[in-house]
Design a binder for this molecule. Structure first.
Ligand SMILES: [Zn+2]
Length: 344
């Protein structure tokens, strides 16, 4: 059994359509009623969007139903699916804790509640029957004010037992005017010893070189090899890894054809820049990590050797790899229950 590491997956986008549909039917019939049947809902939920903004709008649908009370329901199903269908050994789940707090509360009250959300997510994802080593990445968000984003950074520093890093989300085409703010927040995060990744160079309008030095990994970053390959040597020197999520670019209209990714992989391999292949929003895409691998292989975008290199890179760049464990030791932890079964 091969075991994989997933570094870029959103908690909101991880809910597979069937699970969300059942949840609506059971608990929020009003949300299910506009759709004639499950197929109509699935079509709406998973169809490609024209732009990244339109695509991100879908997240709000799921964010609203993921509250402190319902999160364990969704996370249990997420971990079960990731273990049984995707053979994940390691998972970093990312989300914006502020957006899981009740909207009617004040900003201060919502900030205070974020720690309990992190705890709920952390406890719900520790499941003996689906023993995936996992941790959380807290996302700052381009739609949220500075004070909230700063509180997210501080929360990451305060809860290392559950949180392994921070991210910046909300569409990389919206960072422009507030760039100095984000640089300051990332600089602050690094001073606190927090691991950093950020959605950047995903779209042609999201190329912000000034933010690059603060990131240990780059969320997407595909526009670097596509449009700015001159930056690749710097990335290699800093040991930065791209989190490439193939299906996303088709769903957001960023790429028209997966073949366009061939140049991304080829240029990165040539420059010595690591790539981790990820799903981003496995639920929204109706996609699983092994299928992302298979589709890149069957379309001749990467070779088997390149696939293996990307799979190893994912373990090497995992943030919760605090003790520099070798992949074997983490695999042993996962495999032991199975080996015991065989022996008994
Ligand atoms: Zn993402």
């Amino acid at each position: 059994m091969a075991l994989y590491a997933e570094l870029h997956r959103h908690l909101g986008g991880s809910v597979v359509p069937r699970v969300l549909w059942r949840y609506f039917q059971r608990s929020q019939p009003d949300s299910a009623s506009p759709f004639a049947d499950y197929e109509a809902f699935e079509e709406f939920y998973t169809r490609p969007r024209n732009t990244l903004d339109e695509y991100l709008e879908l997240h709000t649908l799921v964010e609203k139903v993921q509250t402190a009370e319902t999160l364990p329901y969704f996370i249990f199903r997420l971990m079960r699916g990731a273990y049984v269908f995707e053979n994940l050994a390691y998972l970093e789940l990312r989300y914006t804790p502020y957006l899981r707090t009740p909207e009617h509360l004040s900003q201060t009250e919502r900030i205070e509640l974020m720690a309990s959300i992190v705890q709920v997510v952390g406890q719900a994802s520790q499941l003996d029957e689906y023993p995936i080593v996992n941790s959380q990445i807290l996302c700052m968000h381009s739609r949220l004010p500075y004070a909230v984003n700063r509180a997210i950074v501080e929360l990451a520093a305060q809860m290392p037992q559950y949180v392994c890093g921070i991210d910046l989300a909300g569409g990389d085409n919206h960072y422009g005017e507030r760039m100095s703010e984000y640089i300051e927040l990332y600089d602050y995060a690094r001073s606190l010893g927090i691991n950093t990744t950020g959605h950047l160079y995903e779209t042609p309008d999201g190329c912000h070189p000034e933010l690059l030095p603060y990131l240990m990994r780059i969320g997407h970053g595909i526009q670097i090899p596509l449009q700015h390959p001159e930056l690749l040597p710097e990335l290699a020197q800093r040991g930065q890894c791209l989190e490439v999520c193939p299906t996303t670019y088709l769903k957001t209209g960023t790429l028209q054809d997966l073949q366009q990714l061939k140049i991304v992989f080829d240029r990165c391999f040539e420059a010595g820049v690591d790539i981790a292949i990820c799903t981003d929003n496995a639920g929204l895409h109706n996609m699983r990590l092994p299928f992302e691998y298979e589709s890149l292989l069957t379309q001749d975008i990467i070779s088997f050797q390149q696939l293996q290199a990307c799979q190893e890179a994912a373990f090497r760049h995992a943030f919760a790899w605090k003790y520099q464990q070798r992949p074997e030791s983490i695999l042993n932890k996962i495999l032991h229950p199975q080996l015991d079964l065989v022996r008994s």
